[in-house]
Design a protein around this ligand. Sequence first.
Ligand code: SAJ
Length: 429
Amino acid sequence: MKILVIGLGYIGLPTSIMFANHGQEVVGVDVSERVVKSLNNGTIHIEEPGLQEELDRAIEVGNFRASMQAEEADAFIISVPTPNNNDALKSCDLSYVKSAVVSILPYLKKGNTVIIESTIAPRTTEDVVKPILEEAGFIVGKDIFLVHCPERVLPGQIIHELIYNNRIIGGMTEACTEAGKKVYGVFVKGELISAKASTAEMSKLMENTYRDVNIALANELAKISADLGINAIDVIDMANKHPRVNLHFPGPGVGGHCLAVDPYFIAAASPDYSPLIQQARAINTSMPSCIVAQVKTMMERVGGKKIAIFGLTYKGDIDDIRESPANEIWEMLIKETSYEIVAYDPHVNIPAVEKNSEIATANADLLLILADHAEFKTLNMDSISNMNQQIVFDTKNIANELATAETYIHMGNLSEISRESVESQILAV
Ligand code: SAJ
Protein backbone atom coordinates (compact mmCIF):
# COMPACT_ATOMS: atom_id res chain seq x y z
CA MET A 1 0.00 0.00 0.00
CA LYS A 2 1.21 3.54 -0.71
CA ILE A 3 0.37 6.01 2.03
CA LEU A 4 0.57 9.79 1.89
CA VAL A 5 0.72 11.50 5.28
CA ILE A 6 0.07 15.23 5.33
CA GLY A 7 1.60 17.05 8.29
CA LEU A 8 4.88 15.73 9.73
CA GLY A 9 4.53 16.91 13.31
CA TYR A 10 4.39 15.09 16.63
CA ILE A 11 1.82 12.63 15.31
CA GLY A 12 2.21 12.60 11.52
CA LEU A 13 5.94 11.86 11.57
CA PRO A 14 5.88 8.87 13.96
CA THR A 15 2.80 7.53 12.15
CA SER A 16 4.56 7.79 8.76
CA ILE A 17 7.63 6.03 10.07
CA MET A 18 5.58 3.22 11.64
CA PHE A 19 3.87 2.50 8.32
CA ALA A 20 7.23 2.63 6.53
CA ASN A 21 8.78 0.19 8.98
CA HIS A 22 5.86 -2.18 8.47
CA GLY A 23 6.49 -2.60 4.76
CA GLN A 24 4.44 0.28 3.29
CA GLU A 25 5.66 2.92 0.86
CA VAL A 26 5.22 6.25 2.66
CA VAL A 27 5.49 9.82 1.43
CA GLY A 28 5.33 12.43 4.19
CA VAL A 29 4.19 15.86 3.05
CA ASP A 30 4.85 19.06 4.94
CA VAL A 31 4.72 22.76 4.09
CA SER A 32 7.99 23.40 5.92
CA GLU A 33 11.06 23.14 3.67
CA ARG A 34 13.26 22.88 6.78
CA VAL A 35 11.34 19.83 8.04
CA VAL A 36 11.33 18.12 4.65
CA LYS A 37 15.07 18.71 4.13
CA SER A 38 15.96 17.57 7.62
CA LEU A 39 13.97 14.33 7.29
CA ASN A 40 15.36 13.55 3.83
CA ASN A 41 18.82 14.07 5.34
CA GLY A 42 17.89 11.52 7.98
CA THR A 43 17.34 13.75 11.03
CA ILE A 44 14.11 14.09 13.00
CA HIS A 45 13.07 17.61 14.02
CA ILE A 46 11.20 16.75 17.23
CA GLU A 47 12.25 15.06 20.47
CA GLU A 48 10.65 11.66 20.93
CA PRO A 49 12.43 8.65 22.42
CA GLY A 50 13.29 5.98 19.84
CA LEU A 51 12.02 7.96 16.84
CA GLN A 52 15.45 8.77 15.34
CA GLU A 53 16.36 5.06 15.30
CA GLU A 54 13.01 4.26 13.63
CA LEU A 55 13.66 6.90 10.94
CA ASP A 56 17.18 5.51 10.36
CA ARG A 57 15.60 2.11 9.73
CA ALA A 58 12.88 3.48 7.40
CA ILE A 59 15.43 5.38 5.33
CA GLU A 60 17.78 2.38 5.13
CA VAL A 61 14.98 0.20 3.77
CA GLY A 62 13.98 3.00 1.39
CA ASN A 63 10.32 3.12 2.44
CA PHE A 64 10.10 6.74 3.55
CA ARG A 65 10.69 10.07 1.92
CA ALA A 66 9.49 13.58 2.68
CA SER A 67 8.13 16.02 0.13
CA MET A 68 6.48 19.41 -0.08
CA GLN A 69 4.09 18.20 -2.75
CA ALA A 70 1.15 15.78 -2.56
CA GLU A 71 0.94 12.90 -5.04
CA GLU A 72 -1.17 9.84 -5.80
CA ALA A 73 -1.49 7.16 -3.13
CA ASP A 74 -3.87 4.47 -1.87
CA ALA A 75 -4.51 6.05 1.50
CA PHE A 76 -4.22 9.66 2.61
CA ILE A 77 -3.75 10.52 6.28
CA ILE A 78 -4.28 14.11 7.34
CA SER A 79 -2.44 15.03 10.50
CA VAL A 80 -2.23 18.81 10.49
CA PRO A 81 -2.71 21.20 13.43
CA THR A 82 -6.15 22.34 14.55
CA PRO A 83 -5.51 25.35 16.79
CA ASN A 84 -8.15 27.40 18.57
CA ASN A 85 -9.76 30.26 16.70
CA ASN A 86 -9.40 33.65 18.31
CA ASP A 87 -13.12 33.90 19.09
CA ALA A 88 -14.96 34.05 22.40
CA LEU A 89 -15.13 30.30 22.97
CA LYS A 90 -11.91 29.44 21.13
CA SER A 91 -13.62 27.26 18.52
CA CYS A 92 -11.73 24.82 16.30
CA ASP A 93 -9.72 26.37 13.44
CA LEU A 94 -10.22 23.96 10.56
CA SER A 95 -8.33 25.94 7.95
CA TYR A 96 -5.31 23.58 7.83
CA VAL A 97 -7.56 20.52 7.62
CA LYS A 98 -9.59 22.05 4.82
CA SER A 99 -6.55 23.09 2.79
CA ALA A 100 -4.98 19.65 3.31
CA VAL A 101 -8.14 17.99 1.96
CA VAL A 102 -8.23 20.40 -0.99
CA SER A 103 -4.52 19.73 -1.68
CA ILE A 104 -5.11 16.01 -2.23
CA LEU A 105 -8.19 16.39 -4.46
CA PRO A 106 -6.19 16.38 -7.75
CA TYR A 107 -4.58 13.06 -6.75
CA LEU A 108 -7.63 11.20 -5.43
CA LYS A 109 -8.82 8.12 -7.31
CA LYS A 110 -11.79 5.84 -6.79
CA GLY A 111 -11.04 3.29 -4.07
CA ASN A 112 -8.80 5.61 -2.04
CA THR A 113 -9.17 6.03 1.71
CA VAL A 114 -9.03 9.48 3.28
CA ILE A 115 -8.33 9.55 7.01
CA ILE A 116 -8.51 12.61 9.24
CA GLU A 117 -6.25 12.10 12.27
CA SER A 118 -6.22 15.74 13.34
CA THR A 119 -8.35 16.45 16.39
CA ILE A 120 -11.49 18.13 15.08
CA ALA A 121 -14.69 19.70 16.40
CA PRO A 122 -17.70 17.42 16.69
CA ARG A 123 -19.41 16.73 13.32
CA THR A 124 -16.48 18.06 11.20
CA THR A 125 -16.03 14.86 9.17
CA GLU A 126 -19.65 14.85 8.10
CA ASP A 127 -20.39 18.58 7.89
CA VAL A 128 -17.08 19.93 6.55
CA VAL A 129 -14.87 17.24 4.98
CA LYS A 130 -17.51 15.08 3.29
CA PRO A 131 -18.98 18.01 1.30
CA ILE A 132 -15.51 18.91 -0.06
CA LEU A 133 -15.09 15.38 -1.42
CA GLU A 134 -18.65 15.34 -2.77
CA GLU A 135 -18.16 18.64 -4.56
CA ALA A 136 -15.15 17.09 -6.29
CA GLY A 137 -17.53 14.43 -7.67
CA PHE A 138 -16.87 11.50 -5.32
CA ILE A 139 -19.53 9.43 -3.55
CA VAL A 140 -18.32 8.91 0.02
CA GLY A 141 -18.64 5.26 1.05
CA LYS A 142 -18.56 4.09 -2.58
CA ASP A 143 -15.80 5.94 -4.48
CA ILE A 144 -13.86 7.28 -1.55
CA PHE A 145 -13.73 5.94 2.00
CA LEU A 146 -13.72 8.71 4.60
CA VAL A 147 -12.67 8.03 8.17
CA HIS A 148 -11.90 9.97 11.33
CA CYS A 149 -9.31 8.11 13.33
CA PRO A 150 -8.14 10.20 16.28
CA GLU A 151 -4.68 9.56 17.70
CA ARG A 152 -4.47 8.92 21.43
CA VAL A 153 -0.77 8.61 22.07
CA LEU A 154 1.14 10.13 24.94
CA PRO A 155 4.13 12.30 24.00
CA GLY A 156 7.23 10.55 25.29
CA GLN A 157 5.73 7.10 24.62
CA ILE A 158 4.44 7.64 21.11
CA ILE A 159 6.05 4.65 19.38
CA HIS A 160 4.87 2.10 21.93
CA GLU A 161 1.39 3.60 22.15
CA LEU A 162 0.93 3.87 18.37
CA ILE A 163 1.31 0.11 18.17
CA TYR A 164 -0.44 -1.07 21.33
CA ASN A 165 -3.23 1.45 22.03
CA ASN A 166 -6.77 0.69 20.93
CA ARG A 167 -7.76 2.73 17.93
CA ILE A 168 -11.17 4.22 17.20
CA ILE A 169 -11.98 3.90 13.50
CA GLY A 170 -14.82 6.32 12.83
CA GLY A 171 -16.13 5.78 9.32
CA MET A 172 -18.75 7.85 7.50
CA THR A 173 -20.24 4.49 6.47
CA GLU A 174 -19.50 0.89 7.43
CA ALA A 175 -17.48 0.45 4.25
CA CYS A 176 -15.43 3.48 5.27
CA THR A 177 -14.75 1.95 8.69
CA GLU A 178 -13.63 -1.29 7.06
CA ALA A 179 -11.28 0.62 4.76
CA GLY A 180 -9.82 2.48 7.77
CA LYS A 181 -9.27 -0.82 9.59
CA LYS A 182 -7.32 -2.18 6.63
CA VAL A 183 -4.93 0.76 6.84
CA TYR A 184 -4.28 0.71 10.60
CA GLY A 185 -4.31 -3.11 10.71
CA VAL A 186 -0.86 -2.88 9.09
CA PHE A 187 0.83 -2.17 12.43
CA VAL A 188 -1.69 -1.55 15.23
CA LYS A 189 -1.76 -4.43 17.72
CA GLY A 190 -4.46 -2.84 19.92
CA GLU A 191 -8.14 -3.32 19.15
CA LEU A 192 -9.51 -1.51 16.07
CA ILE A 193 -12.87 -0.28 17.31
CA SER A 194 -15.62 0.52 14.79
CA ALA A 195 -17.50 3.76 15.36
CA LYS A 196 -19.41 6.48 13.59
CA ALA A 197 -17.20 9.43 12.62
CA SER A 198 -19.08 11.78 14.98
CA THR A 199 -18.71 9.34 17.89
CA ALA A 200 -14.99 9.11 17.20
CA GLU A 201 -14.65 12.90 17.12
CA MET A 202 -16.55 13.40 20.35
CA SER A 203 -14.89 10.56 22.25
CA LYS A 204 -11.43 11.92 21.43
CA LEU A 205 -12.46 15.35 22.70
CA MET A 206 -14.11 13.95 25.82
CA GLU A 207 -11.04 11.87 26.76
CA ASN A 208 -8.99 15.04 27.10
CA THR A 209 -11.89 17.00 28.58
CA TYR A 210 -12.31 14.32 31.27
CA ARG A 211 -8.70 14.87 32.27
CA ASP A 212 -8.94 18.64 32.10
CA VAL A 213 -12.04 18.72 34.31
CA ASN A 214 -10.43 16.36 36.82
CA ILE A 215 -7.23 18.41 36.96
CA ALA A 216 -9.39 21.52 37.52
CA LEU A 217 -10.97 19.72 40.45
CA ALA A 218 -7.49 18.97 41.85
CA ASN A 219 -6.41 22.59 41.35
CA GLU A 220 -9.57 23.76 43.10
CA LEU A 221 -8.82 21.35 45.94
CA ALA A 222 -5.31 22.86 46.24
CA LYS A 223 -6.82 26.35 46.55
CA ILE A 224 -9.50 25.26 49.03
CA SER A 225 -6.91 23.40 51.11
CA ALA A 226 -4.64 26.45 51.09
CA ASP A 227 -7.56 28.50 52.37
CA LEU A 228 -8.46 25.99 55.08
CA GLY A 229 -4.93 25.00 56.13
CA ILE A 230 -5.18 21.40 54.92
CA ASN A 231 -2.52 19.48 52.95
CA ALA A 232 -4.09 18.84 49.51
CA ILE A 233 -1.51 16.24 48.45
CA ASP A 234 -2.18 14.19 51.59
CA VAL A 235 -5.92 14.47 50.87
CA ILE A 236 -5.41 13.16 47.33
CA ASP A 237 -3.22 10.26 48.51
CA MET A 238 -5.85 9.36 51.07
CA ALA A 239 -8.91 9.71 48.83
CA ASN A 240 -7.24 7.65 46.08
CA LYS A 241 -7.05 4.68 48.42
CA HIS A 242 -10.79 4.36 47.76
CA PRO A 243 -11.16 1.77 45.00
CA ARG A 244 -13.37 3.97 42.82
CA VAL A 245 -11.69 7.37 43.26
CA ASN A 246 -8.91 8.76 41.08
CA LEU A 247 -8.25 12.37 41.97
CA HIS A 248 -5.73 13.98 39.63
CA PHE A 249 -2.87 16.26 40.70
CA PRO A 250 -2.75 20.04 41.05
CA GLY A 251 0.06 21.93 39.36
CA PRO A 252 1.04 25.15 37.61
CA GLY A 253 -1.70 24.69 35.02
CA VAL A 254 -2.61 22.47 32.12
CA GLY A 255 -0.60 22.67 28.93
CA GLY A 256 0.09 20.88 25.70
CA HIS A 257 -1.83 20.76 22.49
CA CYS A 258 -4.63 18.56 23.75
CA LEU A 259 -6.06 19.14 27.22
CA ALA A 260 -5.67 22.91 26.97
CA VAL A 261 -7.26 23.01 23.51
CA ASP A 262 -9.81 20.26 22.93
CA PRO A 263 -12.39 21.15 25.62
CA TYR A 264 -12.97 24.47 23.85
CA PHE A 265 -13.98 22.61 20.66
CA ILE A 266 -16.88 21.04 22.55
CA ALA A 267 -17.76 24.23 24.42
CA ALA A 268 -17.79 26.26 21.20
CA ALA A 269 -19.93 23.66 19.42
CA SER A 270 -22.49 23.61 22.24
CA PRO A 271 -21.96 26.67 24.44
CA ASP A 272 -25.27 26.55 26.30
CA TYR A 273 -24.80 23.00 27.49
CA SER A 274 -21.14 23.06 28.56
CA PRO A 275 -20.84 25.23 31.73
CA LEU A 276 -18.77 22.65 33.63
CA ILE A 277 -16.25 22.29 30.80
CA GLN A 278 -15.97 26.08 30.50
CA GLN A 279 -15.46 26.53 34.26
CA ALA A 280 -12.79 23.81 34.35
CA ARG A 281 -10.90 25.66 31.61
CA ALA A 282 -11.17 28.89 33.61
CA ILE A 283 -9.78 27.23 36.75
CA ASN A 284 -6.86 25.64 34.91
CA THR A 285 -5.97 28.80 33.00
CA SER A 286 -5.96 30.72 36.30
CA MET A 287 -3.12 28.60 37.69
CA PRO A 288 -0.11 30.45 36.17
CA SER A 289 -1.19 33.78 37.68
CA CYS A 290 -1.99 31.98 40.93
CA ILE A 291 1.58 30.60 41.04
CA VAL A 292 3.07 33.99 40.14
CA ALA A 293 1.12 35.63 42.99
CA GLN A 294 2.48 33.06 45.41
CA VAL A 295 6.04 33.49 44.11
CA LYS A 296 5.77 37.25 44.61
CA THR A 297 4.55 36.78 48.17
CA MET A 298 7.43 34.41 48.93
CA MET A 299 10.02 36.75 47.38
CA GLU A 300 8.62 39.73 49.24
CA ARG A 301 8.75 37.89 52.52
CA VAL A 302 12.45 36.98 52.19
CA GLY A 303 13.55 40.12 50.34
CA GLY A 304 14.69 37.93 47.43
CA LYS A 305 16.12 39.05 44.09
CA LYS A 306 16.99 36.02 41.95
CA ILE A 307 14.61 33.24 40.90
CA ALA A 308 15.85 30.02 39.28
CA ILE A 309 13.10 28.42 37.21
CA PHE A 310 13.55 24.69 36.56
CA GLY A 311 11.48 23.38 33.64
CA LEU A 312 9.62 25.22 30.90
CA THR A 313 7.90 22.41 29.03
CA TYR A 314 4.22 21.65 29.52
CA LYS A 315 5.09 18.37 31.21
CA GLY A 316 8.09 16.26 32.13
CA ASP A 317 10.68 14.61 29.88
CA ILE A 318 9.63 16.29 26.66
CA ASP A 319 10.90 19.34 24.76
CA ASP A 320 7.50 20.84 23.98
CA ILE A 321 6.78 24.33 25.30
CA ARG A 322 3.59 24.85 23.24
CA GLU A 323 0.71 25.91 25.46
CA SER A 324 3.02 25.50 28.44
CA PRO A 325 1.91 27.08 31.72
CA ALA A 326 5.54 26.96 32.85
CA ASN A 327 6.54 29.08 29.89
CA GLU A 328 3.67 31.46 30.66
CA ILE A 329 4.85 31.78 34.27
CA TRP A 330 8.40 32.48 33.05
CA GLU A 331 7.10 35.25 30.76
CA MET A 332 5.01 36.75 33.56
CA LEU A 333 7.95 36.75 35.99
CA ILE A 334 10.33 38.31 33.44
CA LYS A 335 7.95 41.28 33.31
CA GLU A 336 8.47 41.79 37.06
CA THR A 337 11.56 43.91 36.55
CA SER A 338 12.64 43.78 40.18
CA TYR A 339 13.66 40.12 39.85
CA GLU A 340 16.57 38.45 38.12
CA ILE A 341 15.12 35.37 36.42
CA VAL A 342 17.18 32.47 35.08
CA ALA A 343 15.34 29.60 33.43
CA TYR A 344 17.02 26.20 33.21
CA ASP A 345 15.64 23.30 31.17
CA PRO A 346 17.82 20.44 29.97
CA HIS A 347 15.25 19.59 27.26
CA VAL A 348 14.73 23.03 25.72
CA ASN A 349 17.23 24.29 23.15
CA ILE A 350 16.66 28.01 22.87
CA PRO A 351 19.30 30.67 23.61
CA ALA A 352 17.37 32.32 26.47
CA VAL A 353 17.33 29.05 28.40
CA GLU A 354 20.31 28.31 30.66
CA LYS A 355 21.88 24.91 30.05
CA ASN A 356 23.87 24.73 33.27
CA SER A 357 21.85 24.12 36.42
CA GLU A 358 24.60 25.45 38.70
CA ILE A 359 24.67 28.79 36.91
CA ALA A 360 20.88 28.92 37.30
CA THR A 361 20.89 28.27 41.04
CA ALA A 362 23.99 30.40 41.85
CA ASN A 363 22.95 33.01 44.44
CA ALA A 364 19.25 32.41 43.79
CA ASP A 365 16.72 33.17 46.50
CA LEU A 366 14.01 30.89 45.16
CA LEU A 367 14.04 27.67 43.16
CA LEU A 368 10.76 27.36 41.26
CA ILE A 369 10.18 23.88 39.81
CA LEU A 370 7.59 23.90 37.01
CA ALA A 371 8.09 20.62 35.12
CA ASP A 372 8.47 17.04 36.31
CA HIS A 373 11.56 16.11 34.29
CA ALA A 374 13.33 12.95 35.49
CA GLU A 375 16.45 15.09 36.10
CA PHE A 376 14.59 17.09 38.75
CA LYS A 377 13.42 14.06 40.72
CA THR A 378 16.96 13.46 41.93
CA LEU A 379 17.70 17.04 42.98
CA ASN A 380 19.18 17.05 46.46
CA MET A 381 20.53 19.52 48.99
CA ASP A 382 23.91 19.59 47.15
CA SER A 383 22.11 20.73 43.99
CA ILE A 384 20.93 23.88 45.77
CA SER A 385 23.94 24.49 48.01
CA ASN A 386 25.02 27.54 45.95
CA MET A 387 21.68 29.30 46.43
CA ASN A 388 21.59 32.51 48.46
CA GLN A 389 18.52 31.29 50.36
CA GLN A 390 17.35 27.70 50.13
CA ILE A 391 13.73 28.36 49.37
CA VAL A 392 12.02 25.89 47.06
CA PHE A 393 8.57 26.08 45.44
CA ASP A 394 8.03 22.69 43.82
CA THR A 395 4.76 22.97 41.88
CA LYS A 396 5.07 19.38 40.64
CA ASN A 397 5.82 17.91 44.06
CA ILE A 398 8.69 15.82 42.72
CA ALA A 399 11.97 16.96 44.29
CA ASN A 400 11.22 15.28 47.57
CA GLU A 401 14.85 15.28 48.74
CA LEU A 402 14.56 19.05 48.94
CA ALA A 403 11.97 18.71 51.70
CA THR A 404 14.71 19.58 54.21
CA ALA A 405 15.43 22.94 52.53
CA GLU A 406 14.93 26.08 54.60
CA THR A 407 11.46 26.38 53.03
CA TYR A 408 9.87 23.70 50.85
CA ILE A 409 6.48 24.62 49.41
CA HIS A 410 4.49 22.41 47.04
CA MET A 411 0.86 22.31 45.89
CA GLY A 412 -0.09 20.50 49.09
CA ASN A 413 1.16 22.99 51.66
CA LEU A 414 0.32 26.27 49.93
CA SER A 415 -1.30 27.46 53.15
CA GLU A 416 2.23 28.12 54.41
CA ILE A 417 2.40 31.04 51.99
CA SER A 418 0.35 34.02 53.10
CA ARG A 419 -3.40 33.39 53.02
CA GLU A 420 -4.23 36.65 51.28
CA SER A 421 -2.41 35.87 48.04
CA VAL A 422 -4.29 32.60 47.64
CA GLU A 423 -7.61 34.18 48.51
CA SER A 424 -7.19 36.91 45.92
CA GLN A 425 -6.59 34.25 43.28
CA ILE A 426 -9.66 32.27 44.29
CA LEU A 427 -11.72 35.38 43.74
CA ALA A 428 -10.07 35.91 40.36
CA VAL A 429 -11.64 32.72 38.94
N1 SAJ B 1 -1.45 17.55 34.49
C1 SAJ B 1 -1.77 18.05 35.76
N2 SAJ B 1 -2.22 17.18 36.72
C2 SAJ B 1 -2.36 15.86 36.47
C3 SAJ B 1 -2.05 15.35 35.19
C4 SAJ B 1 -1.58 16.23 34.21
O1 SAJ B 1 -1.66 19.26 36.03
O2 SAJ B 1 -2.79 15.13 37.39
C5 SAJ B 1 -1.01 18.48 33.42
C6 SAJ B 1 0.37 18.18 32.83
O3 SAJ B 1 1.39 18.73 33.60
C7 SAJ B 1 0.24 18.81 31.48
C8 SAJ B 1 -1.22 18.62 31.10
O4 SAJ B 1 -1.88 18.30 32.33
O5 SAJ B 1 0.48 20.21 31.53
C9 SAJ B 1 -1.50 17.57 30.07
O6 SAJ B 1 -0.70 16.43 30.27
P1 SAJ B 1 -1.18 14.93 29.99
O7 SAJ B 1 -0.05 14.02 30.28
O8 SAJ B 1 -2.44 14.66 30.68
O9 SAJ B 1 -1.59 14.93 28.48
P2 SAJ B 1 -0.97 15.21 27.04
O10 SAJ B 1 -1.55 16.51 26.57
O11 SAJ B 1 0.49 15.07 26.97
O12 SAJ B 1 -1.62 14.00 26.25
C10 SAJ B 1 -3.03 13.83 26.25
C11 SAJ B 1 -3.35 12.37 26.53
N3 SAJ B 1 -4.76 12.22 26.80
C12 SAJ B 1 -5.20 11.59 27.90
O13 SAJ B 1 -4.47 11.08 28.72
C13 SAJ B 1 -6.70 11.52 28.05
C14 SAJ B 1 -2.96 11.55 25.31
O14 SAJ B 1 -3.39 10.21 25.44
C15 SAJ B 1 -3.60 12.13 24.04
O15 SAJ B 1 -3.17 11.44 22.90
C16 SAJ B 1 -3.14 13.54 23.90
O16 SAJ B 1 -3.57 14.27 25.04
C17 SAJ B 1 -3.74 14.12 22.64
O17 SAJ B 1 -3.04 14.18 21.61
O18 SAJ B 1 -4.93 14.41 22.62
